[in-house]
Write a protein of this length. Structure first.
Length: 410
């Protein structure tokens, strides 16, 4: 039995050590690792202000919702990792955080453009709106230059076919807002719903207009109320300082647990390693964006995980002082502390859920990492720590109680 416990403990330690070694590279990978937020990776913070038209038409909540959805689509088409797009209904604003954007001005131009696509006859009359457009993609032209390939919906295909049939030999202007993109001559009816806008010098220019066309037009005009660029160097410095502070905190926690709780303290330190692995892999798998407040929530949850171990260990020490054996004291202590630990988890988890539900931006990040940490600490405190202590006590059930921080006459 003792030999079996030793083998299991050694295997467990080696397994955790291997997990740590294999986790370092994927978790810290700058491209595929845990995504970093604007404050750590750098990028642009943008506030777009909705503006009334010349008629003074009031801006509604529905207008802001539609604008947010369209801007979100445009952001996704930009390929930005984990963007944050929020609506401020009171001030009629859209708040956008784009991490890792290499060309902020280009992103701003795409996001704030009204982008209303229209087709006009030679007299300048609008004969077709872009509402029936299904897709738009930039690409290489058949002969030379770059083009935007348009695909219409079934209803749009019929409308466009009728329009090009009527305008054979005439020009059909394609406008984005009031800017003429191209003014081709209609040579034959286009009945398959496939059209091509030519005249682009670069693929980037064609792709930019394609993004605007397929995302739809904004219901209101948007102006830049605030644009703030966050440098990557500042983010890296903040990240390094946060990691350094976290390491110092971990060292003090490890020493505290070892000094006051001896052997169980060492087990708690070992459990913290497992806890950190679980939390970081959850961040990785669910693509949780890590921000400075998020790191603060993670570090706070580490302290709470240790606190839960302290509650359990104090119960165990009380049972041992009462005269129970190490094995009996261990089982009784965990059982008695279970309800207390659950209550502490549930109340803190309720606070985290409330912050996430009603908070915005960095508050959500803090609440999310805190909530994940609470659930992970519950698992490690109740299951993993208990398993390791059972194996340890099983090696020598009559070991000196001082190893558990308890002095008594034997």
């Amino acid at each position: 039995m003792r030999r079996g416990n030793i083998i299991k403990l050694v295997a467990l330690v080696l397994l955790v050590a291997a997990a740590v070694a294999l986790s370092i590279k994927p978790l810290v990978d700058p491209v595929k690792g845990i995504p970093l937020g604007l404050d750590l990776r750098g990028g642009v913070h943008l506030v777009l202000q909705a503006e009334q038209d010349k008629k003074g038409t009031p801006i509604t909540r529905d207008d802001i919702d539609k604008a947010k959805a369209i801007i979100s689509n445009r952001v996704n088409d930009l390929g930005v990792s984990e963007p944050i797009v929020q609506a401020d209904y009171d001030k009629k604003r859209i708040v956008i955080d784009l991490a890792g954007v290499s060309d902020p001005d280009k992103a701003v131009d795409i996001l704030k453009t009204t982008a209303k696509l229209t087709f006009r006859d030679p007299q300048g009359n609008i004969v077709l709106q872009g509402d029936d457009l299904k897709d738009a993609k930039g690409g290489q032209g058949q002969q030379q230059g770059y083009v935007v390939n348009l695909t219409f919906s079934s209803e749009g295909t019929k409308k466009f076919g009728d329009l090009t049939t009527k305008l054979i030999g005439q020009r059909l202007g394609v406008y984005l807002d009031d800017e003429l993109l191209t003014n081709p001559t209609v040579n034959t009816p286009i009945l398959n719903g496939q059209a091509e806008i030519t005249g682009y010098d670069t693929l980037e220019a064609a792709a930019k207009d394609a993004v605007l066309m397929r995302s739809g037009s904004l219901p209101v005009s948007m102006s830049i109320a605030e644009k703030r660029q966050v440098g990557a160097s500042l983010g890296v410095d903040s990240l390094n300082r946060s990691i350094q502070a976290g390491l110092y905190g971990l060292i003090f926690i490890f020493l505290f647990m070892l000094v006051f709780y001896r052997l169980p303290g060492g087990v708690a330190d070992f459990s913290l390693v497992v806890y950190a692995l679980i939390v970081l892999w959850v961040f990785y798998m669910f693509r949780v964006v890590l921000t400075l407040p998020g790191i603060a929530g993670f570090i706070l949850s580490i302290g709470m995980a240790v606190d839960f171990n302290i509650i359990i260990y104090e119960r165990v020490k009380e049972e041992i002082r009462a005269g129970k054996s190490l094995r009996a004291g261990l089982e009784s202590g965990f059982s008695r502390a279970f309800i207390t630990v659950i209550d502490a988890h549930v109340t803190t988890l309720i606070a985290a859920i409330t912050l996430y539900a009603f908070g915005t931006g960095s508050i959500k990040g803090f609440a999310l990492t805190l909530g994940i940490g609470i659930l992970a600490s519950l698992f490690t405190a109740i299951t993993f720590t208990r398993l390791v202590l059972r194996l340890t006590v099983g090696i020598n059930p009559k070991m000196n109680t001082r190893w558990f921080g308890v002095r008594r006459d034997v």
